[in-house]
Write a protein of this length. Structure first.
Length: 476
């Protein structure tokens, strides 16, 4: 054990940018025996089981020459200070390639600066090719106007319900052309090759989200779930395979994140087919139509249970990890929202390798925190102890919100490795104990990032409790 400790410290395991990206291409490790639904975990180049927890980071207010200027180092410093290790960074194609074939070096430099901040604060970044209602041709952001083809079909804006604009004929036809026109296919692939070649070696980058919330064109007489499954099978699956081949020509290692249509949020199984890439993550979103329209959470409706059952079938069948790319209601202070956050986090943690709430900003609406950086009502429930990296096979893992306690049981890998813990700030501090042939380093006080070194093959249990006064575990 002494030799392992010395070698780990000499290797700089506790350095700021450690373990931010895989070292080489490898298939996902087998799913832990306790994993629900048979969904395998996300892994790093050392074979460790990864957990990503964090928030989306965006700048939708600025575009063109000012794109991404609202994102600052504070975002990443505050994310890490609250215990989060993950950011889904929204990048818009119309900013990157405003004129066909001419890429904005200023935009690329700003992305790089943001990644440097993330690396400094030990935050993994998922680069997301974001679109809302296709793009600027319809008053939003995403696919450039020069890549928008509508065949003259009508579009009527609806600012009171922007999501309904996805069902406008012109928007739907634009998606069809993006999926089917060879020149637009090549342009989309070229855009991703520019990003992959530029950022493939950046230590903060853990993945590429190939397109945000893709939609498509409904056929006459087709209901929405049927249309979504057809679009996923006939348009999205070929698109993801094309883009995977394009990215792999420039970047062999980085995880690829693929999304279904947002219709899966209603508990509808996806129609996606096999993605022919060994490092692919299934990245659905977790939104409920009624709650997005302003309704309170209804525990009796069974939405969370239905979503969990539906969303896990595809990744279990295709042996893909799951990371939920967006979730969180607008009206977070309604009477049942405390229960929603508790049940949602419990559900997400049962089957996913991580999640990104929407959105880390400073203010009202969807923002996670207010102008002073304090959690808005109920959103503090997202900040709990967890293990960002486990050097072994997870047997069980759970956080008890009533007792403010976390328990991780795992079988250590055959090769010596480091299991990392992340603890959010606590007024009372945290107590960490380890049972089994293992050693705890960097024990926390009020917050911290302790690590556990275990004998190869050992059965280890890590327990974290918020400490009360006079040695008691006591909670307000």
């Amino acid at each position: 054990m002494a030799v392992v400790v010395a070698s780990v410290l000499a290797a700089g395991v506790l350095a700021p940018a450690a373990t931010a990206r895989p070292a080489s291409v490898s298939a996902p490790a087998p799913a832990p025996a306790s994993a629900r639904h048979g969904v395998p975990p996300l892994t790093d180049g050392q074979g460790r089981t990864l957990t990503l927890r964090g928030w989306n980071v965006e700048d939708k207010a600025n575009r063109g020459e000012d794109a991404l200027t609202a994102i600052t180092e504070r975002h990443f410093r505050d994310l890490r200070a609250h215990g989060f290790n993950f950011a889904r960074l929204l990048v818009f194609w119309d900013d990157l390639e405003p004129t066909r074939g001419q890429y904005s070096e200023r935009c690329l430099r700003r992305v790089e600066r943001i990644l440097d901040w993330a690396g400094k604060h030990r935050v993994h970044v998922l680069i997301d090719a974001h679109q809302d209602v296709f793009g600027p041709a319809f008053g939003h952001r995403g696919i450039p106007a020069w890549a928008t083809r509508t065949d003259g079909l009508p579009f009527t804006p609806n600012p009171d319900d922007w999501f309904s604009e996805y069902f406008q004929p012109a928007v739907q036809r634009a998606f069809t052309h993006l999926y089917e026109d060879p020149d637009l296919q090549r342009a989309q692939a070229a855009m991703w090759q520019v990003l992959a070649e530029r950022f493939r070696d950046h230590p903060a980058v853990i993945g590429y989200d190939l397109i945000n919330e893709p939609m498509g064109e409904l056929r006459a007489g087709e209901d929405l779930p049927t249309a979504a499954r057809r679009i996923e099978a006939q348009h999205l699956t070929p698109m993801y395979n094309r883009l995977a081949r394009a990215v792999r020509a420039k970047d062999r290692d980085t995880w690829l994140f693929v999304e279904p249509t947002p219709i899966v949020g209603e508990g509808v199984p996806t129609g996606l087919g096999r993605i022919e890439d060994r490092r692919t993550v299934y990245a659905p979103h977790f939104y409920n139509t009624a709650m997005e329209a302003g309704a309170d959470y209804d525990p009796s409706a069974g939405w969370i249970e239905a979503y969990e059952a539906a969303v896990t079938a595809y990744p279990a069948r295709h042996r893909m990890p799951v990371v939920v790319g967006e979730w969180g209601p607008l009206n977070n202070s309604l009477p049942h929202m405390g229960r929603f956050y508790r049940e949602a986090v419990d559900s997400l943690n049962r089957y996913s390798s991580g999640w990104a709430g929407y959105v880390w900003c400073y203010g009202g609406g969807y923002c996670a925190v207010d102008e002073r950086g304090r959690f808005r009502t109920n959103k503090e429930r997202t900040a709990t102890p967890y293990a960002p990296a486990v050097a072994g096979t997870v047997r069980s893992e759970a956080y008890d919100a009533d007792t403010h306690s976390y328990r991780l049981a795992y079988r250590a890998a055959a090769r010596p490795g480091v299991t990392e813990l992340s603890l959010p700030p606590s007024r009372r501090g945290w107590r960490v104990s380890v049972t089994g042939p293992a050693r705890l380093l960097g024990g926390p006080s009020r917050e911290g990032r302790p690590v556990v070194l275990a004998w190869p093959g050992a059965e280890v249990v890590v327990t974290v409790r918020e400490a009360g006064p006079y040695g008691r575990t006591d909670h307000p």
